[in-house]
Design a protein around this ligand. Structure first.
Ligand code: SF4
Length: 264
């Protein structure tokens, strides 16, 4: 993987998530290269070959954060802060260290257990949160849609260790792909290690976008018998697949008193 330095641009940017005003992407691009990724249409490089980093991220970001009060910053919106090159480049660790020194905290979303490396910093922060994103119950299917990510078992183990260490944990069950993702089974696996689980279906805003072209190719090749059924559910939120799943999840939430945020 080629890692190049990008032209200087703001690092801290507004965040549209509830209760969080700012986000930081420590990388521009994402080696995980999930074929369904909503950020693919904004890719500045071919993510299978080249990722961009900020030149001296600590120096620049420290000049940006002095303009705002200490608060929680989101990390993981357009790229994974723990994609493989983080093991060598430590951009995320440097930013967490800067946040800690300045009274900031972080809310992280990742698909990698590399986050465990930074547990020392996360434990020291005021209410840091780590959420792990999962979507595929078996690793053969995962490899079809996101070949460069770590397996689901490692992500669950990361959640277990984080929770045991007292870090707030969450899971993003996303994207639920109709007739492929076993959502209920996932909830059972995630519940012991998470304070909250958000559930989102595969959302395709533009049928001519790169993510849908990728997913459609995988469905035709690997799920030919049910690909039309899957496609009709993906493009209709009124499809009975979603109503049945919503009902099952609402029942599970009530019966088990789980903190599920259902966005299907
Ligand atoms: S880990 Fe997230 S940002 Fe990276 S490719 Fe996958 S979906 Fe996109």
């Amino acid at each position: 993987m080629k890692v190049s330095v990008c032209k200087e641009r703001p690092i801290l940017s507004p965040c549209g998530l509830k209760d969080i005003d700012f986000q930081v992407d420590t990388y521009i691009g994402c080696e995980h290269y999930c074929y369904y990724c909503y950020a693919l249409d904004q890719a500045e490089t071919d993510w299978s070959r080249e990722i961009l980093i900020h030149k001296d991220i600590v120096d620049q970001l420290s000049r940006e954060i002095v303009k705002i009060s200490p608060q929680t910053i989101y990390m993981g919106y357009l790229s994974d802060p723990y994609q493989p090159c983080e093991a060598e480049y430590c951009q995320t660790r440097k930013v967490l260290d800067l946040f800690l020194q300045n009274g900031f905290s972080a809310s992280i979303l990742t698909k990698s257990d590399l986050v465990l490396r930074d547990m020392d910093l996360l434990k020291e922060m005021d209410s840091a949160t780590v959420s792990v994103s999962v979507a595929f119950n078996d690793n053969q299917t995962r490899e079809l849609f996101e070949a460069s990510t770590v397996n689901t078992e490692k992500r669950l183990e990361a959640l277990r260790q984080l929770k045991e260490a007292g870090v707030k944990t969450g899971a993003l069950l996303c994207p639920v792909i109709p007739y492929i993702t076993d959502t209920i089974q996932f909830i059972e696996l995630l519940a012991p290690y998470t304070d909250v689980v958000w559930i989102y279906g595969l959302s395709i805003n533009d049928p001519s976008g790169q993510n849908w072209l990728n997913v459609k190719k995988i469905l035709k090749r690997q799920f030919s018998g049910i690909s039309e059924q899957i496609e009709s559910a993906i493009f209709s939120k009124d499809h009975r697949f979603w109503s049945q799943l919503r009902n099952e999840l609402e029942a599970l939430k009530k019966d088990r008193q789980l903190n599920l945020n259902i966005h299907l």
